[in-house]
Structure formats: structure tokens, C-alpha cells
Design a protein around this ligand. Structure first.
Ligand code: OGA
Ligand code: MN
Length: 293
């Protein structure tokens, strides 16, 4: 029997009573989907997953997208063989802790900015499933923000102002904010900017939600500066403590977040310690422009 306990006043559920490494019954599948629609982020503790069983679990919820990490880092050795598992660790291709100046670690720093996964792809991410193999003694929380609650709390005039707006999202926009890395033209061309709605309706809950991220560069049809400032204001609004929950990891935690209606960011930790998290993400059905506003 699946049961859910809400951990934050507006979202975030803790699910117990299920072993996600085993085939899912239709009833458990429905209970999990309902919990995601209601709580937007859910955690399962004490799970035992390898890369294969993590991908198999994710497939219950939609097509699994290929990680963009190998597109951005073409000439290094990757630790994980599967293109469906994103290596969110601070380990290099040989399993050693990366040096502070390692290119892939500097690229990972983009995860320290508020974002939603793969909004920079035409068909963005839907559900991200991050599993903790090894976690540092302290620090390295992941924080989540509920963009449905943030939308609800906007003034009527702001809701009206946002109606129909489309933002340009690009991985290079978030990377330049923490950036000392030079990306090649080939890397840049592999992930061109894409348009996404600023407000969308979540298909499962039918709730309206903001859809912004540090990947969002500017608003189409508006001077770049005005669009940037609007995006910054919306991120600031959405990340007030009343919409945010910090997850402190334990080995064996699996967290699922719904990228269609949340943002998240990693918090700092002692990067000489191992932090080995691995993520599998399902793809949304289409660009947000082809979905309900
Ligand atoms: C991610 C991500 C945050 C973290 O896996 O998409 O942003 O805390 N991770 O590592
Ligand atoms: Mn992320």
C-alpha cells in the first residue's frame, strides 16, 4: 500500500510502501502519478537501484530522453555507459573526484542556478528521477520551488501581463551566468535556443503554472533587457521560502520532480567529497507552444 505524507505546506510528498526496483502494479503506478500531479515533487527513501533498474522504472512514466551531457562534453571519457542516465556526480570518467577546475564540474555549476530540466530543448523534460548513490557528510541539498503556487500568488495584473508570452531558452544562457568555460561552435550548434511559454497548464492537475528557469534568456517581441528583468523578477517571486522545500539527501533516496511545474537547484558542498547522484528524465509530449497555455 502506497502512502504519502506532505512535507511542505504547498507541495512535496514523501511516499512509502513501495520498492521501485520491482515491476509496478497498475494501482501503485496510478498512486505515484496522482502523487506527482498533486505534490509536484516526491521522495522515496531506502531504494536500491542500479542504472538499468532506474531506467526501467522511469519508462513506466514516459519515453526516456537522452542526456545532453555527452553533447556538451564530446572529447572526455564518460563514467556511465548509458545515454539515458545523466551523471550528476563530481566524479570523472575513471571514478575519481574531479579537480575544482575540471570542465565538467564547472559545467555542473549551472545546476546551482534555479532551473527546470531540459527547457532548452524543443521537447523539454517532463519528470526527472534523481537517485542518490553516495552523498557527502554535509551540504549538497537540492532545493525545489513550486511554480503552480507561485503562479497562483501573482497579482491579476501580472497574470494578464504574462498571458501569451514566450521566452527563448538556451543552455548557453545558464552556462554563461556561471561561466568560465568556452564551448566550441559544434557544441553550441548541437543545442540551439528554443521558444517556450512563460505560463502553461499542467496536464495532470489542470493547474496553471509559471514555466521559467535560468535557461530562459529573454522574452520574444520584447527588448532583451526588459525580458531578462521580467524573468529575474519571476524567478525571485517563485523562490520565496513559502514556495521552496530543501531536500537533504540520504543514500538510497529517489526523488521525482515534475519539470513542467517546478524549478530546482543544487546547494554547495565540500567538492573534495564524493557526491554521486544519477538522473533519468522522461520527455514531455511536445514543445510547450504546442500544449495548452
Ligand atoms: C539535476 C540537478 C541538482 C543537484 O540532476 O538535474 O539539477 O542537487 N541536480 O545535483
Ligand atoms: Mn536539473
Amino acid at each position: 500500500m502506497v502512502s504519502v505524507k506532505q512535507l511542505h505546506p504547498v507541495f512535496f510528498g514523501e511516499i512509502s510502501g513501495i520498492d521501485v526496483s520491482r515491476p509496478l502494479s497498475p494501482a501503485d503506478h496510478k498512486a505515484i502519478v496522482d502523487a506527482i500531479d498533486r505534490y509536484a515533487v516526491v521522495v522515496f527513501h531506502g531504494q536500491k537501484l542500479d542504472d538499468e533498474s532506474q531506467v526501467a522504472f522511469a519508462r513506466n512514466f514516459g519515453p526516456v530522453e537522452h542526456s545532453a551531457l555527452k553533447l556538451r562534453h564530446r572529447d572526455i571519457k564518460h563514467r556511465l555507459a548509458s545515454n539515458e542516465v545523466a551523471d550528476i556526480s563530481n566524479l570523472d570518467g575513471d571514478g575519481n573526484v574531479m579537480a575544482p577546475e575540471a570542465r565538467r564540474r564547472l559545467d555542473w555549476l549551472g545546476n546551482r542556478l534555479w532551473h527546470t530540466d531540459a527547457s532548452f530543448r524543443a521537447v523539454p523534460g517532463a519528470l526527472s528521477m534523481l537517485y542518490a548513490h553516495v552523498i557527502p557528510d554535509e551540504g549538497g541539498d537540492t532545493e525545489f520551488a513550486d511554480l503552480r503556487a507561485a503562479y497562483d500568488a501573482l497579482s491579476d495584473s501580472m497574470k494578464k501581463q504574462l498571458e501569451g508570452l514566450v521566452a527563448e531558452h538556451s543552455i548557453w544562457r545558464s552556462r554563461e551566468q556561471v561561466g568560465s568555460i568556452k564551448y566550441t561552435d559544434e557544441e553550441k550548434a548541437s543545442l540551439p535556443p528554443v521558444p517556450q511559454r512563460v505560463v502553461r497548464t499542467h496536464p495532470g492537475s489542470h493547474r496553471k503554472t509559471l514555466y521559467v528557469a535560468s535557461h530562459a534568456s529573454h522574452i520574444l517581441g520584447m527588448p532583451v533587457g526588459d525580458g531578462r528583468l521580467l524573468i529575474l523578477d519571476l524567478i525571485e517571486h517563485a523562490t520565496q521560502p513559502k514556495f521552496v522545500h530543501a531536500h537533504t539527501w540520504k543514500q538510497g533516496d529517489l526523488v521525482i520532480w515534475d519539470n513542467r511545474c517546478t524549478m530546482h537547484r543544487a546547494r554547495p558542498f565540500d567538492t573534495s567529497q564524493v557526491r554521486d547522484l544519477r538522473r533519468v528524465t522522461t520527455a514531455d509530449v511536445a514543445s510547450t507552444l504546442e500544449q495548452a497555455a
